[in-house]
Design a protein around this ligand. Structure first.
Ligand code: DOR
Length: 380
């Protein structure tokens, strides 16, 4: 089996199982939004054979004892392999380093996703410790001093509709700071959910300089921008949908290799939490069950990238960067790429139903997802 192995069987296409390094499975702590069970069922239905679970949980996995609670639920309930992140700081509060050493053997990497690490000193210490432990720092980049209460992009839509905006600099300034720390520490560094053109350019230059840097973006940043916004919580996520020029820069980054992987940032919330419009709804949208059909339909079929490149972005690169070994003869997913349908959240296995892609027409239905543990999803 070679990398990006794609096989045909009658009318079906067999693809290597997708790997998503950025999902929120909400357990322990927020099982009213999603559970390890429902989240991994949704993942398998989306063609995923591994996911990495973010640590904004309760308790936050910041000690081995806290992490153990999550590991026990994974052992009991997961339909596919789940690799948890350890937090960078206690409680993701940014004030003291988590017990990184004791968690290191059990976590995929370290992240405070959901929040940026505000203190330069704390981030430098975290990078030194992660490097010593042979782990990546996976950074949610957000400078809180630049937020000013914003909740959608600080652009034309926010101005026209009287919303508070989040400026692009709140993301890229912290990426810029972190790249300086990577230069100093030599730590392996991965940037979460890139949304701005400035971040793409910073990472492009960092790679050219030879820094040990990778990054991800999500399907909504590639297929939508602020011109798609509606007064509805399903268009609200952090970072927010930016401008056309940002979307174009991200697509360029996908094509030229600056962006290494596509993740969902699957972030389920209850219907009530998402029912409060752009100003007051919770940040986050679901994505596990729709990402592949969307990208196949709107990037591959439109001729922007090949199916092979999409598999690099959703399988090869995440596996290689995060050291996840999944042989495509054992971890695979079977698709009917000709099946056409409209995205209907009522049909999701995830407990989260909020997606900006509701009503979009797509091609590609998952027939089966298989791991050595067995069939994780089957259409019938
Ligand atoms: O939209 C988001 N939702 N962005 C984040 O950074 C966190 C996530 C969540 O946990 O809901």
């Amino acid at each position: 089996m070679t990398r990006t192995d794609i096989r045909k069987l009658d009318n079906y296409t067999i693809l290597p199982g997708f790997v998503d390094v950025h999902v929120h499975l909400r357990e322990p702590g927020f099982s009213y939004k999603e559970t390890i069970r429902t989240g991994t069922m949704a993942a398998a239905r989306g063609g995923f054979t591994a996911v990495c679970a973010m640590p904004n949980l309760n308790p936050v996995p910041d000690t081995l004892a806290h992490l153990k609670e999550q590991l026990d639920i994974i052992d009991r309930d997961a339909f596919i392999p789940v690799y948890p992140y350890g937090a960078i700081t206690y409680g993701e509060k940014g004030e003291a380093l988590a017990d990184m050493e004791e968690m290191a053997p059990y976590v995929i990497a370290f992240s405070d996703d959901g929040r940026g690490v505000q203190s330069d000193v704390m981030m430098e210490q975290a990078m030194r410790e992660a490097k010593r432990l042979g782990k990546l720092i996976v950074a949610h980049c957000e400078d809180n001093t630049l937020l000013h209460g914003g909740y959608i992009h600080d652009g034309a839509y926010a101005k026209a509709h009287g919303h508070k905006g989040i400026c692009s600099a709140s993301e890229w300034k912290q990426v810029e700071r972190d790249l300086e720390l990577v230069r100093k520490t030599g730590c392996g560094y991965h940037v979460c959910h890139v949304s701005t053109k400035e971040t793409v350019e910073l990472i492009r230059r960092a790679k050219a300089e030879g820094l040990d840097v990778t990054c991800e973006t999500g399907p909504h940043y590639l297929l939508m921008d602020e011109s798609d916004l509606q007064e509805d919580g399903r268009f609200k996520m952090n970072p927010p949908l930016r401008e056309k020029a940002d979307r174009e820069a991200l697509l360029e980054g996908i094509k030229d290799g600056t962006i290494d992987m596509i993740v969902t940032d699957h972030a389920p919330h209850t219907a009530e939490e998402k029912s409060k419009g752009l100003a007051d709804s919770a940040m986050g949208v679901v994505g596990l069950e729709t990402v592949f059909p969307l990208l196949y339909t709107y990037l591959v079929k439109e001729g922007l990238i090949t199916l092979e490149r999409l598999m690099e972005l959703m399988h090869d690169n995440p596996c290689e960067r995060f050291g996840i070994r999944q042989d495509a003869t054992q971890y695979y997913t079977v698709w009917d790429l000709d099946a056409e349908y409209t995205i209907d959240p009522a049909d999701f296995l995830s407990m989260g139903k909020s997606t900006p892609f509701e009503g979009w027409k797509v091609c590609g239905r998952c027939i089966k997802t298989v791991t050595p543990m067995g069939t994780a999803y089957s259409l019938d």
